[in-house]
Design a protein around this ligand. Structure first.
Ligand code: TMP
Ligand code: ASP
Length: 237
């Protein structure tokens, strides 16, 4: 497999073509950003930690029969993935109230959500990732009705796999964001699952162990990501 020209550079990852038209290299950079790119920093080791963390989670999901784009780790900061035609929406499930839900609805952070909630957001930094619903997705042609249903089903299926996984490491999966795409007509989980795109709290103390440490200037951002990984049995050395 030969890495070729850069196809796309996002806020924390870059994507490269390869000699196989169906495969891409995903490079996890040390860049971090929040608030739709308004707050930025470079964090040592973050690319490597997130690449290995993502590989671990994607393999757990694949083992639970959730189809993902992930193929294999290539090196410290790179993974090989299937090429997807991305659907420009973000799927968010919440088990506990935090972040924008608290701001929008005026509820207290930490409230248990039963059943867990589901939200779609449009992936568009210039618009501030506005919340949208099924009808917008269909009316603007971002995805069809069957794909919308499948995205919801798969996003909840991920909860069933990851909530107990994190709980076994004494962590609460508060919420998370997933992105999907199409590969030869099949809907696959794409992008990443790392502490950049979810909220994880210590089960006892409710200490924040995810990107809220960066958003809220709590410090020890990458150290916390590594702690989460170690509690799941990962080794970053
Ligand atoms: P929110 O509380 O800001 O709406 O975010 C909910 C969860 O989804 C949180 O874990 C962060 C993640 N998320 C992203 O990673 N990127 C995004 O663009 C959005 C809207 C949410
Ligand atoms: N939508 C936000 C961003 O893209 C999510 C965050 O605050 O991390 O930066």
């Amino acid at each position: 497999m030969e890495k070729r020209q850069q196809l796309y550079a996002g806020k924390a990852k870059s994507v490269y073509e390869t000699d196989d038209p169906d495969r891409l290299v995903m490079l996890f950079r040390n860049d971090t950003s929040a608030f739709d790119g308004k707050k930025k920093a470079q964090l040592d080791r973050k690319g490597m930690v997130n690449n290995k963390f993502n590989a671990f989670i994607m393999e757990k999901l694949a083992a639970a029969a959730i189809a993902t784009h992930f193929e294999r780790l290539l090196c410290a900061q790179e993974s090989l993935v299937k090429r997807l035609q991305m659907i420009p929406v973000e799927c968010v499930v919440r088990n506990i109230a935090a972040g924008s839900l608290c701001r929008r609805l005026g509820v207290e952070e930490g409230l248990d959500l039963t059943p867990p909630t589901f939200e779609f957001f449009l992936k568009d930094d210039a618009l501030g990732d506005p919340m949208i619903n099924d009808y917008h997705i269909r009316a603007f042609g971002w995805a069809g009705a069957a794909q919308v249903e499948k995205m919801k089903e798969l996003t909840f299926a991920v909860n069933d796999v990851l909530k107990p996984l994190f709980l076994a490491g004494d962590m609460l999966l508060v919420d998370y964001k997933l992105e999907f795409g199409l590969h030869r007509g099949e809907l696959l989980l794409g992008d990443e699952f790392t502490p950049d795109g979810c909220r994880l709290w210590d089960r006892e103390t409710r200490e924040k162990l995810d990107k809220d440490r960066f958003r809220q200037d709590l410090g020890d951002v990458v150290e916390s990501y590594e702690l989460v990984g170690r509690r799941l049995g990962l080794n970053f050395d």
